[in-house]
Design a protein around this ligand. Structure first.
Ligand code: SAM
Length: 269
């Protein structure tokens, strides 16, 4: 995959993209990330990228010309082809007004050949960028940041770890929080039986089994794979109900899940 990031702060990405899985994915040739300095596409002495908003009001707005110029030199496929899915390219504007970036969107983006991320600043980006040259607007959450750079780094990291080969143990990315499908019963053993199915992940523990008197749940040490699987599923259900009950609507509950939930309700009564 090729990932292009358009920003007025190219140095911002030196840190976040130089570590862990993102770096590994780049070194393995799974992804090529190019950071484009928007000021290179200005034509005045002051390298101006922003201007006052029409209609008045606070702050400045990123001008359309440098962004259009920058995207045009990338030689992307025509927008109609991108929007129809004829080519696997996507041009994304980071915006608090965008669609919510979720694990599902990350999986969609992981199937692309090319993804362009446009980072806004100030009051935002001239709307003609979203209307005429970009394909979608994405928000990383319901809060306002000062720029799109953190959002772009979040999207790159979430997408990179879904590229086949990027994460050492690929099964681990299939079992994480929010992952839509469940792989319960795929194979023998506790590690293969806890696909999240849209739930939050279950709790994890490592050595020592007794840390300052805080002990690891007995079930994880007894080696009974069926019991471990059931316990993990119950914990995932519990955690989702406690922290993110909104996710429960989209979860396909198995007969076993329903029994676990009934038992949990019974215990609460
Ligand atoms: N005036 C905008 C609004 O109220 O929606 C906020 C602009 S914000 C100060 C500047 C830039 O930060 C935006 O253009 C966008 O690129 C980025 N940004 C802010 N919040 C974001 C979010 N939740 N997700 C993605 N990008 C965000």
């Amino acid at each position: 995959m090729k990932a292009d990031i358009v920003t007025i702060f190219p140095d911002f990405f030196r840190g976040p993209l130089d570590h862990g899985i993102t770096r590994r994915a780049a070194e393995m040739g799974l992804v090529k990330i190019e950071v484009h300095d928007l000021r290179r596409f200005t034509h005045d002495r002051h390298r101006t990228v922003d201007d006052r908003p029409f209609g008045g009001g606070e702050g400045m707005v990123l001008k359309p010309e440098p962004i259009f110029d920058c995207l045009e030199q990338m030689q992307l496929a025509p927008r109609e082809q991108r929007l129809s899915g004829a080519v696997r390219e996507n041009v994304i504007v980071l915006s608090a007004q965008g669609q919510r970036f979720t694990q599902k969107v990350a999986s969609e983006l992981a199937t692309l050949n090319r993804m362009v991320l446009i980072c806004g600043r100030y009051e935002g980006v001239d709307e003609r960028v979203s209307e005429c040259i970009a394909d979608r607007e994405l928000s990383i959450g319901d809060y306002v940041l000062s720029g799109g750079e953190l959002g772009a780094a979040v999207i790159v990291e979430a997408v990179m770890r879904l590229l086949p080969g990027a994460v050492g143990n690929e099964a681990s990315t299939r079992q994480e929080s929010f992952t839509a499908h469940t792989n319960a019963g795929d194979r023998e053993g506790p590690d293969s039986t806890c696909g999240s199915g849209g739930l939050l992940d279950y709790p994890h523990y490592t050595r020592p089994a007794d840390f300052r008197g805080m002990t690891v749940p007995e079930v994880l040490i007894n080696g009974n794979h069926q019991e471990i699987r059931r316990w993990r599923r119950e914990q995932a259900l519990k955690k989702t109900l406690r922290n993110r009950p909104d996710l429960m609507d989209a979860v396909e509950l198995s007969e076993e899940d329903k029994k676990i939930l009934a038992r949990m309700n019974h215990r609460r009564d």
